[in-house]
Ligand binder design. Structure first.
Ligand code: MIG
Length: 760
C-alpha cells in the first residue's frame, strides 16, 4: 500500500518518510514515546485528547535521537527505544537491549466471516456485499504481531475479563440499558489505549482516532492483533517503559491527568432514579444522620426538572429548591444534579430559543436543526465541539450554582437517542471546522464534560465535581465517571473489578459502579458484598433505577445496616489515604484502584487475576463476589502482608483460603506501610482539622502524605503541606515536612500495629 521508502527528512522531533504512494511522519515526543502518523484524510492531528503542549513534549530538553539508514531499513534510536522502519511502512520497535517489543505483522490478514457458506449465500442473495462486510474496517488499520504469552489490558470500560487478549471490541459510545454481558463489544466510553504485557517486555499503544474503531486482540488469528477505524488518519503513540506504571504515566502525561478533586467528593453518595420530591431528600438526610451512616452527597436524577428540561427545576414537588439545598448543606450534605445534553424542542423555552438563535445545535446535511428524542420528548443536541457552545452551556450552569448545587452529573452524552441512532452525516463541529456525527460521536460526552468543567470552574473557583457517563481519552481532565447501567447481579459485581482496573490503567482514576446495582432488584447479601467492594471505588455511590427495589442501607434489617455502616466508616477513616492517592494521580497518573499486575507484572499468577485489586500500592482487597461464599481464595503477591482486621501475618507469593463471613471483606496491608487515617465523621469537614492517625505496619517503609484545604486551587500556589514519614520497622517513625503552606494538624497520632502470626 505504501510502496518503497524513497527518502526521508528530519525537522526537529519529526521525521517525514516519503514512500512511493504515501507520506508518513514519526515524531519523537520523549525517549519512550513515539507518535506514528499517516495523514490519510487531513494533514493535522486534530487530537481531542492530546493538546499541543503535551504533543510538544519537553521543549527545553527535546529527546535526542539518531537516524541511520541501512540497506533494508531506517533506524531511529532514542535513549530507550530502537525503531526500525522498512518499505511498506512496516515498523518494528525494540528496547535498547535489542529485544523485540512490537512488530508489524508481515503475513496476510486472513479475515473470515465466521459464517457457513450456506448462510453467506443467503446474505449475498439478500443483496449484501460479503466482501465489503469482511473488509469493513480496512480504511485505517494496523496489524501487529502477537507472541505467546502476550496479555492485553486497558481499553476503558469494556466488559469481560481483565486481560483482553483473544477478544474483540469496538469503540462507539453506546447507551445500553440491557444487562451488560461479557461479550459486549462496546459500552459508554471510547478509550483507545491498551498495554501489551509480554513474557519479557511491555509497551502501550494509544490509537488516537475518534471514528468507530475496532480492536481485535487475537480473536481473528492468534498470531496477530489489529486496530483500525472506519475513517480518519492513522495516528498512534507507541509508549515503552521499563514497567507498567511508567507506561500509564506516559499515557496520562499525553492525554492529561485528573486534577485533584474536592475532598468531599471522596465521601459517600446516595442516589436513586425515583427520589422525586423535597420531602424525600429531607428524609434521606435525616435518616443517614439518625442511623449514623456518613454521607456527603445526595443526587438529583432527572425528576427534579420541569418536564425533563435541563436548566429548570419543577415547583410542583419542590417549593423552594434553594432552601432545600441550603438546609441539606447545613447538615453537611451536598447536592449533585443530573444534566442531560438533549434540549427539549419547545417554543419559548430559553435554552431551546437561545440555542436556535445562535446556531448552537447539530444539524442535518440539509441545514435544518437535527431533532431526535430523549427524556423531554423531541430534543436537539448542543454542538459541544464548538467553543461558543461550551461557553454558553458553562455560563448557564449558574442556574445550578446559584441554587447551591455542588456537582454536576452528565448522563446520556454518548449521545443517547430514543428515535434510533443519529445518522452518520449529522453535522457537528470540531472546534473551528465542520465535522460529522461519524467523527464526533465518540467525543460528544468528552466535550460536554469539558464545557461543564470549565463552566463550573469559572463560576465557583472550586475544583469542579463533574461525573460523566460517556468518555474519550483525556476525559479524566474534566470529569470522573461511573460505569453506567449495571444490574443487581452477582456477575455484575464480579465485573466491577476488571472494569474499574482497566479504566484505571486507561487514565480514568476516579470511577465507580452503581453500588447495589442499577437495574433489577438487589438482595441484602448482594448489597453487603457490593458496599464492601464499592467502598474502595473513588466514586462511592449507591444508585438504582426507578421501579427497582429501593437500596437505602436501612431497608434490609439490622445486620445489613451495621455491616453497611462499618464499610462506609472504613472509607471515611481511610479518606486521607484516598486523598493522597488522588494527589499521586495528579502527579504521575496512576489510578486509585489497580490490578495487581500493575505492580507485580512479572508474577504470572496475577496476569489473569480478576477478583482482587490493589488500592494504591499498600492495600490489597479481595472482596467476596460469590453469592453464599463465606471463605475465599486469596493470592498475595511477593512480600509480607498483614490482614487489616486481625493483623495476622502472611508470606506473599502464595494462595490462602481466608475466612470471609458476611461482615468481612478480606483486606491486606503490605509490610512497611504507614497508613494515614482520620477519625470517622458524618461528612467531610464535620470535624474541623481532625488529627492525623498513622497506622504503622511492621517492616521498613516510607510514605508521602499530602494535605490542603480540599476545595479550591490555592494548592497550585503552594497552599498545601507535604510530609514524608519513614519507619525503620522498629517502632520508630521519622516525620519530615517536605512542603509547608497550609495549617498543620493539631496532632499526629502514631499507632504501631501488633502482629499476630498466621497459625494455618
Ligand atoms: O434512560 O436519568 O445511566 O444512572 O438514573 C435512563 C435516569 C437515563 C441513565 C443513567 C442512570 C440514570 C437514568 N439514566
Amino acid at each position: 500500500m505504501f510502496g518503497a521508502l524513497k527518502n526521508y527528512s528530519q525537522d526537529g522531533q519529526t521525521v517525514t518518510l516519503c514512500y512511493e504512494k504515501q507520506t508518513a511522519k514519526i515524531t519523537v515526543i520523549k525517549d519512550t514515546v513515539i507518535n506514528v502518523f499517516v495523514p490519510f484524510v487531513s494533514p493535522q492531528h486534530r487530537s481531542k485528547a492530546v493538546d499541543a503542549a503535551a504533543f510538544a513534549g519537553d521543549k527545553e530538553h527535546p529527546a535526542a535521537f539518531t537516524l541511520d539508514k541501512t540497506e533494508t531499513c531506517l533506524v531511529l534510536t532514542t535513549a530507550s527505544l530502537i525503531c526500525r522502519i522498512y518499505d511498506d511502512f512496516m515498523m518494528d520497535f525494540y528496547d535498547r537491549e535489542g529485544r523485540l517489543l512490537c512488530a508489524d505483522y508481515r503475513g496476510k490478514r486472513e479475515r473470515k466471516l465466521a459464517l457457513s457458506e450456506a448462510l453467506l449465500e443467503l446474505i449475498r442473495k439478500e443483496g449484501h456485499d460479503v466482501e465489503a462486510m469482511k473488509n469493513k474496517n480496512d480504511k485505517v488499520q494496523c496489524i501487529k504481531q502477537l507472541d505467546a504469552g502476550d496479555c492485553i489490558y486497558g481499553l476503558g470500560d469494556k466488559t469481560g475479563l481483565l486481560n483482553k487478549r483473544y477478544y474483540e471490541y469496538e469503540n462507539w459510545n453506546s447507551d445500553i440499558p440491557d444487562p451488560h454481558e461479557d461479550s459486549f463489544k462496546s459500552l459508554y466510553k471510547s478509550i483507545p489505549f491498551f498495554i501489551t504485557l509480554k513474557n519479557n517486555g511491555i509497551y502501550g499503544i494509544f490509537y488516537d482516532n475518534t471514528f468507530k474503531s475496532y480492536f481485535n486482540f487475537g480473536k481473528e488469528n492468534y498470531c496477530y492483533y489489529t486496530f483500525g477505524s472506519d475513517d480518519g488518519n492513522l495516528d498512534y503513540y507507541f509508549i515503552s517503559g521499563s514497567n507498567m506504571p511508567e507506561i500509564v504515566s506516559d499515557y496520562t502525561a499525553l492525554t492529561g491527568r485528573m486534577p485533584l478533586p474536592q475532598k468531599w467528593a471522596l465521601g459517600y453518595h446516595q442516589s436513586r432514579w425515583g427520589y422525586d420530591k423535597e420531602e424525600t431528600f429531607r428524609d434521606l438526610a435525616a435518616r443517614f444522620r439518625e442511623y449514623r451512616i456518613p454521607c456527603d452527597a445526595l443526587h438529583f436524577d432527572i425528576d427534579y426538572m420541569d418536564q425533563y428540561k435541563v436548566f429548570t427545576w419543577n415547583n410542583k414537588y419542590y417549593s423552594d429548591p434553594a432552601a432545600l439545598l441550603s438546609d441539606l448543606k447545613q447538615q453537611g450534605i451536598k447536592a449533585v444534579t443530573i444534566i442531560d445534553p438533549g434540549v427539549k424542542v419547545e417554543k419559548d423555552y430559553f435554552m431551546y430559543e437561545e440555542g436556535m438563535a445562535n446556531d448552537y445545535y447539530a444539524k442535518s446535511p440539509d441545514g435544518s436543526v437535527y431533532v431526535n428524542a430523549v427524556w423531554p420528548g423531541d430534543a436537539v443536541y448542543p454542538d459541544f465541539g464548538k467553543p461558543d457552545v461550551r461557553k454558553w452551556w458553562g455560563k448557564h450552569l449558574q442556574f445550578y450554582t446559584d441554587l447551591g448545587v455542588s456537582g454536576v452529573w452528565n448522563d446520556m452524552n454518548e449521545p443517547a437517542s430514543f428515535n434510533g441512532p443519529l445518522p452518520d452525516d449529522v453535522i457537528f463541529s470540531d472546534e473551528d471546522q465542520t465535522s460529522t456525527h461519524r467523527e464526533m460521536h465518540n467525543v460528544y460526552g468528552h466535550n460536554m464534560a469539558k464545557a461543564t468543567y470549565e463552566g463550573l470552574k469559572e463560576l465557583t473557583g472550586k475544583r469542579p465535581f463533574v461525573i460523566t457517563r460517556a468518555c474519550y481519552s483525556g476525559s479524566q481532565k474534566y470529569a470522573v465517571a461511573w460505569t453506567g447501567d449495571n444490574q443487581s447481579l452477582w456477575t455484575h459485581l464480579r465485573m466491577a473489578i476488571p472494569q474499574q482496573c482497566n479504566l484505571g490503567l486507561s487514565g480514568m482514576p476516579f470511577i465507580g459502579t452503581d453500588i447495589g446495582g442499577f437495574g433489577a432488584d438487589t438482595t441484602p447479601e448482594l448489597l453487603v458484598r457490593w458496599v464492601q467492594t464499592g467502598c474502595f471505588s473513588p466514586l462511592f455511590r449507591n444508585h438504582c433505577a426507578t421501579g427497582c427495589k429501593n437500596q437505602e442501607p436501612w431497608l434490609f434489617g439490622d445486620e445489613v445496616l451495621s455491616i453497611y455502616r462499618k464499610y462506609v466508616n472504613l472509607r471515611y477513616t481511610l479518606l486521607p489515604y484516598f486523598y493522597d492517592l488522588c494527589r499521586e494521580c495528579e502527579q504521575n497518573g496512576l489510578p486509585v484502584i489497580r490490578p495487581l499486575v500493575l505492580h507485580y507484572e512479572n508474577d504470572m499468577n496475577v496476569r489473569n487475576l480478576n477478583d482482587e485489586f490493589l488500592v494504591g500500592e499498600h492495600l490489597l482487597v479481595a472482596p467476596v463476589v460469590e453469592q453464599g461464599a463465606r471463605k475465599r481464595m486469596v493470592y498475595l503477591p511477593d512480600g509480607v502482608w498483614y490482614d487489616y482486621w486481625t493483623h495476622t501475618e502472611y508470606e506473599g507469593s502464595q494462595y490462602y483460603l481466608v475466612d470471609a463471613p458476611l461482615d468481612t471483606c478480606p483486606i491486606f496491608v503490605k509490610a512497611g506501610t504507614i497508613l494515614p487515617k482520620a477519625p470517622a465523621q458524618m461528612y467531610v469537614g464535620e470535624l474541623d482539622n481532625p488529627p492525623l492517625i498513622l497506622e504503622v505496619y511492621p517492616g521498613a517503609g516510607s510514605y508521602k502524605h499530602y494535605q490542603d484545604n480540599g476545595e479550591d486551587f490555592a494548592y497550585r500556589d503552594g497552599a498545601y503541606n507535604e510530609y514524608l514519614f519513614r519507619t525503620d520497622g522498629q517502632k520508630q517513625l521519622k516525620i519530615t515536612k517536605l512542603h509547608e503552606g497550609y495549617r498543620d494538624y493539631p496532632d499526629i497520632v502514631i499507632q504501631y500495629v501488633e502482629v499476630k502470626q498466621d497459625e494455618t
